[in-house]
Design a protein around this ligand. Structure first.
Ligand code: SF4
Ligand code: SF4
Length: 188
């Protein structure tokens, strides 16, 4: 693994800020790489989870916010579940996303921001994700209306997607979470 750190990095602040927001202590990572081995997108990115942590430990600066894992992470939390030191790497990625957007140092790649917005729209409206509305909104946004459309009947048949919106969620609680995130400047 080759790790490049820029000379004039602002690493101290980035590491401190990430540790504070994600509530982690990066000094406890001893590079066992269990997080990277379990990560489903590890093989597709320039720097897998353990390497991101190492780069933060070594003082990487804002250039690290542009690494592709920041926007391709699926938030599946496998890394967190596998870490023997309970380092919440998914939380680290969340923190890096928020910092990247606040600083305007990185542009999210591809359609992931659109997907995130449509996902959050449904959570905001129903208190839970509503896949059908989210996908329709996403497809309208991308203009690729017919992509993967042949999978829809099978998904319906197997109960992987519901026609009707979800019910029973505590919407007022979800609303409070959105408001709290907005007041902390973490909302879009
Ligand atoms: S699993 Fe935990 S201790 Fe091991 S490299 Fe990943 S973050 Fe570090
Ligand atoms: S949460 Fe992100 S970084 Fe962690 S295992 Fe899942 S995809 Fe990989």
């Amino acid at each position: 693994m080759t790790i490049r750190i820029k000379k004039r990095s602002t690493g101290k602040n980035l590491r401190t800020e990430v540790e504070k927001r994600a509530e982690v202590d990066l000094a406890t990572c001893y590079q066992c790489k269990k997080c990277s081995i379990g990560c489903p997108v590890s093989g597709l990115v320039a720097s897998p989870p353990a390497e991101i942590i190492r780069r933060l430990q070594l003082g990487a600066g804002d250039e690290l916010l542009q690494t592709d894992l920041v926007w391709t992470c699926l938030s599946c939390e496998t890394c967190y579940a596998r870490c023997p030191n309970e380092i919440n790497f998914a939380g680290i990625i969340d923190a890096m996303r928020a910092i990247a957007l606040e600083k305007g140092v990185a542009r999210p790649a591809g359609n992931s921001p659109l997907f995130n917005r449509r996902f959050l729209d449904t959570v905001k409206s129903y208190g839970r994700a509503y896949d059908l509305q989210m996908i329709v909104g996403y497809k309208l946004g991308t203009g690729k209306l017919m992509d993967d459309v042949e999978k829809f009947p099978t998904m319906l048949k197997k109960g992987k997607m519901a026609i009707l919106p979800p019910s029973g969620a505590d919407k007022s609680k979800v609303k409070r979470i959105f408001n709290a995130a907005k007041s902390k400047g973490k909302s879009r």
